[in-house]
Design a protein around this ligand. Structure first.
Ligand SMILES: O=C(O)CCC(=O)C(=O)O
Ligand SMILES: [Fe+2]
Length: 261
């Protein structure tokens, strides 16, 4: 079944903050993406340890794995067509300058922590200071800022997301950053919980977050989302993950697509 993007989907994207192009990557390409991502997982684990959650930029693995399936993905006509409808002519699924593959941990479940991208480096006490809000307001609603992609090569239910939270800079009661994994020690590093208990703990934290939904992606589903919305990942060793992570690119030339960034 060929994927087509209709107007209600475009409205869904801007109002809810996310959209899933179901089954847009064809099985033949998925097969090739799996083969190269599986090689990448082994290479990256050998280098960075069993708990590594993403590859470096895939282009840095050139010579060790084939770039061809990733190039085919970036050129996929159905995907390019859908993104051009969403973001304007000249839009593309991403580029090798940012393309990574998200991986499952080998040994222990991991949670990323609830956060909004672009804000996560600041302690929550700083996030709502007028000068911070003013700075953020400059880019918050730009249609071509903060769009991020998870394209599932295997089934992927790792991402939790709060639809609609991308529209407001103010947070509602209960919307609290879990921890800042960029600046704080991971609080579960020395946990004595079993793997299943730890996984359940993370799922409970996700379910308790107001308005949160779990994004379920089947192989070949492409999810694009506003990354300033509240989101987190929960990763379990029992669920293989190889999910392309990238940022769409745009044609910035004047008069095209959605106008000024
Ligand atoms: O693992 C994911 O799907 C989300 C990771 C994340 O939060 C991010 O890259 O901003
Ligand atoms: Fe994030």
């Amino acid at each position: 079944m060929a994927f087509t993007l209709d107007d209600s989907m475009i409205n869904h994207y801007w109002s809810q903050g996310y959209l899933i192009f179901r089954g847009i990557v064809p099985p033949t390409l998925l097969r090739d993406l799996r083969a190269e991502s599986d090689k990448a997982r082994e290479l990256v684990r050998a280098r960075s340890g069993p708990q590594v959650l993403r590859t470096p930029l895939v282009k840095t693995l050139d010579g060790q794995i084939s770039m061809k399936p990733f190039q085919d993905y970036l050129d996929l006509p159905e995907l390019v067509g859908a993104l051009e409808r969403l973001f304007g002519p000249g839009s593309r699924p991403g580029s090798f300058d940012l393309l990574q593959v998200l991986l499952e941990p080998k040994n222990r479940p991991v949670m990323g922590g609830w956060h909004r991208d672009g804000v996560v480096g600041l302690p929550m006490s700083e996030q709502h200071k007028p000068e911070q809000l003013a700075k953020r307001a400059e880019v918050w609603h730009r249609p071509r800022s903060g769009n991020q992609v998870n394209c599932a090569i295997y089934s992927d239910s790792c991402l939790w997301y709060v639809p609609g939270s991308h529209l407001r800079m103010r947070d509602l009661a209960g919307e609290r950053q879990s921890w800042c994994f960029m600046t704080e020690k991971y609080p579960y590093a020395d946990s004595k919980l079993s793997d299943v208990e730890l996984e359940r703990t993370f799922i409970d934290i996700c379910r308790a977050f107001p308005g949160a939904m779990q994004a379920h992606l089947a192989p070949g589903d492409y999810m694009v989302y506003r990354s300033q919305a509240w989101h987190t990942g929960v990763y379990a060793p029992t669920q293989p993950r190889a999910t392309i992570h990238d940022i769409p690119t745009y044609d910035w030339s004047e008069g095209r697509g959605l106008g000024a960034p």
